[in-house]
Each structure stands twice: as C-alpha cells, then as structure tokens.
Ligand binder design. Structure first.
Ligand SMILES: *[C@@H]1O[C@H](CO)[C@@H](O)[C@H](O)[C@H]1NC(C)=O
Ligand SMILES: *[C@@H]1O[C@H](CO)[C@@H](O)[C@H](O)[C@H]1NC(C)=O
Ligand SMILES: *[C@@H]1O[C@H](CO)[C@@H](O)[C@H](O)[C@H]1NC(C)=O
Ligand SMILES: *[C@@H]1O[C@H](CO)[C@@H](O)[C@H](O)[C@H]1NC(C)=O
Ligand SMILES: *[C@@H]1O[C@H](CO)[C@@H](O)[C@H](O)[C@H]1NC(C)=O
Length: 280
C-alpha cells in the first residue's frame, strides 16, 4: 500500500492519502510525486493573469537550465502578477531538467488550470507559482512518500536517521545547498544513499531549519523504512538503498553558468505563510 503523507508543521495537521495514484516506483525514473492547487479562481475575467502565466511557464524550461537548475521569475503587473520558482534535483542532466520542467508546467496547466497558487512535485523537479510573492520565505508544507510496509533491517534503522540528520546539517553549507552522501552501515557492506537540497532563495539557516523540521515531522513515518522521499516547498530529501543519483552533475558545473550577470533581486515578502491551501 502506498501512502502519501502531508504535513503542515506549524499546525501539525497530517493528511493520510491512501493509494498513491502513481505508485512509489523504486527505480529513479521521473514521476509526479504530488501537487497542490488553490481553489479555482474565476475572477480573471480578461484573462490577463492566465496570459501572464502562459508567458511565464513557457520561459521556465530554458532559463532553469541556464541558471544551474534554480530559477525564479515574475511576470505581469499588480493584480495580474505571477511569481514563479522552479528547482531541478541537483544531480540530473540539463536535458532531464528542462524536460521535467516542461512536463511539470503541462501538469500545472492541466490539473490546476484556474488556480493562482500551485505546487507541482516531480521526482526530478519542483515547480511553484503564485499570484503572491513567496520568494525567500521558507514554508514547511511537505509530503513524504514511502512504502508503508517496506521496513528496513532494525540495525540499519538505528544508523539511517542519524546519517540523514548529519546530511541535513551539512547540506546547507554546500554550494547550491545540495548534497549527496553514502552510509556504510555496520551490516556487512550494506549501504544507504542520501540526498538533500534546498531552494536557493532561502538562507542557509532556513535551509537547515527546513530539513530538520522534515526529519522531525516524519520521524515515525520514515524512521524504520528502507526508502523514502520528502518533498517540501523549500527543501527536499531522498533516502534509498541503492545509488539512485548520478555522480556528476552537468547542471551544477561551471559549464552552465548563465551568460548574463542579471540576477533577480529577492524582495521581502509578507503574509504568505498565512495562505490557506486546498489539497486535491
Ligand atoms: C491571489 O488570489 C487569491 C485567490 O485565488 C486572492 O484571494 C488573493 O487576494 C490574490 N492576491 C493578490 C495579491 O492579488
Ligand atoms: C516528459 O513527458 C514525456 C511525455 O509523457 C515523457 O516521454 C518524458 O520522458 C518526460 N520527461 C521527463 C524528464 O520527465
Ligand atoms: C512495499 O513493500 C513490501 C515489502 O517489502 C513489498 O512486498 C511490496 O511489493 C512493496 N509495494 C510496492 C508497491 O512496491
Ligand atoms: C564507505 O566505504 C567506501 C568503500 O566502500 C569508502 O570509500 C568510503 O570512504 C566509506 N565512507 C565512510 C563515510 O566511511
Ligand atoms: C557513482 O560512483 C559510485 C562509486 O562512488 C559507483 O559505484 C556508481 O556506479 C557510480 N554511479 C554512476 C551512475 O556513475
């Protein structure tokens, strides 16, 4: 049985959604891991917001690759403004990053067409957009995916969480706030593989807080499992019993430095954390 856990840690509401529709496949193939759309909003009578959104979504796949797998942009003015962020998993190739981004924008248009606040989680990329700014504002909404009955060897369990806690502590200080690590367990050559990543608009301190909160919130869900993934709004973790990630990332290498020096100025934001989301 596949289980999808939603957590909004500030209020500690846990939603259990049984029968995860796409299944939790073991191989590292890309798949949709979850989505969150705000209630459909039909107030955009002139279609300006939708037009801005289309322009924005069309610009993401190429720009995210140019920007080492993380890109934020704003399109439009005043009430019709759209803020968007896309992050690719740090180990994937440039073509997987743009392909995943493109697919996530299609899912957003199909599944959340009239929503103004949208999050789409894929295994390889994360898309978020909103009519309100969320840049730099760490939020702790997260989804954990695991196979409820795939328990790990008890002696490995006692090493797995401390290993991931160490990874959560070290990842924020790495460039791009992305880190992979291998656990050599005390069980005759068995290994476990971990990965953690944050969106690059938050501070290193917030990155660490975000990852720590995920481990804390889902401790009982993931603690004794062999494989799990946690997808948040600003941070992400993966744990597995095989080497699921690639060793060399073209995305994060110098070859993909953006050609211009333009950088988005991250403004301060307010009240986003008070937003109420609808889960579908
Ligand atoms: C964003 O959209 C929601 C409804 O979808 C609306 O309640 C809110 O006021 C909008 N925010 C802005 C800044 O327009
Ligand atoms: C995007 O979707 C297409 C069509 O479903 C699929 O063939 C392709 O593998 C997907 N790409 C990624 C990176 O997920
Ligand atoms: C979940 O784990 C159990 C135990 O390892 C296994 O028998 C089952 O096939 C797994 N389910 C899926 C969908 O992978
Ligand atoms: C784990 O084992 C490998 C060899 O299998 C070794 O290269 C690596 O340094 C070990 N890692 C740690 C943290 O001990
Ligand atoms: C990555 O490196 C490890 C050794 O550190 C190796 O076992 C593994 O096959 C490599 N994976 C890929 C995809 O190159």
């Amino acid at each position: 049985m596949q289980t999808l856990y939603f957590v909004v840690p500030c209020v500690m509401i846990i939603f259990l959604v049984l029968a995860f529709p796409n299944g939790f496949c073991l191989a590292d193939i890309n798949m949709k891991s979850g989505s969150q759309c705000s209630q459909a909003d039909y107030s955009d009578s002139e279609g300006t917001f939708q037009a801005n959104l289309r322009v924005l979504l069309d610009s993401l796949a190429s720009n995210v690759v140019e920007n080492h797998g993380f890109y934020q942009t704003i399109v439009g003015r005043k009430a019709n403004r759209v803020y968007s962020s896309v992050l690719c998993r740090g180990d994937i190739s440039a073509s997987s990053c743009s392909g995943c981004t493109l697919n996530s924008t299609r899912v957003a248009s199909n599944d959340c067409g009239m929503s103004k606040e949208v999050i789409i989680w894929f295994r390889w990329c994360f898309l978020r957009y909103s009519n309100e700014s969320f840049f730099g504002d760490m939020q702790q909404t997260s989804v954990a995916i695991t196979n409820e009955t795939d328990f790990d060897d008890p002696s490995v369990v006692s090493e797995g969480l401390p290993f991931m806690t160490g990874l959560a502590d070290a990842a924020p200080d790495r460039s791009y706030m992305f880190l992979t690590a291998i656990l050599n367990t005390s069980q005759g050559g068995q290994k476990r593989y971990g990965m953690a990543q944050c969106t690059r608009d938050i501070s290193r301190i917030d990155c660490r807080r975000c990852l720590d909160a995920q481990l804390e919130s889902f401790r009982t869900v993931i603690g004794n499992k062999r494989r799990w993934e946690i997808y948040g709004s600003n941070c992400f973790m993966w744990y597995n019993d095989y080497h699921f990630y690639s060793n060399a990332s073209a995305l994060l290498s110098a070859a993909w430095r953006p050609s211009s020096c333009t950088r988005l100025i991250i403004g301060t934001t307010l009240a986003v954390s008070a937003a109420i989301f609808m889960f579908f």
